[in-house]
Design a protein around this ligand. Sequence first.
Ligand SMILES: [Zn+2]
Length: 60
Amino acid sequence: MTCTHTPACPDATSHDCCSAHTVADHSEQGWCQLCNGVILFDDGSYLAPDGHVERVPLSA
Ligand SMILES: [Zn+2]
């Protein structure tokens, strides 16, 4: 997946991967897809492109 944002979105393996831009908003279904391939769920977890689920790290 190629990011065209400036500055570039964090990589899916980055600790701040959930701060990437939303590219597909399905919030009515409880999830959205981020630019780096991460699927972010509204319950505070996310699905990484490699298939594992993690809690969204709290910022600050
Ligand atoms: Zn991007």
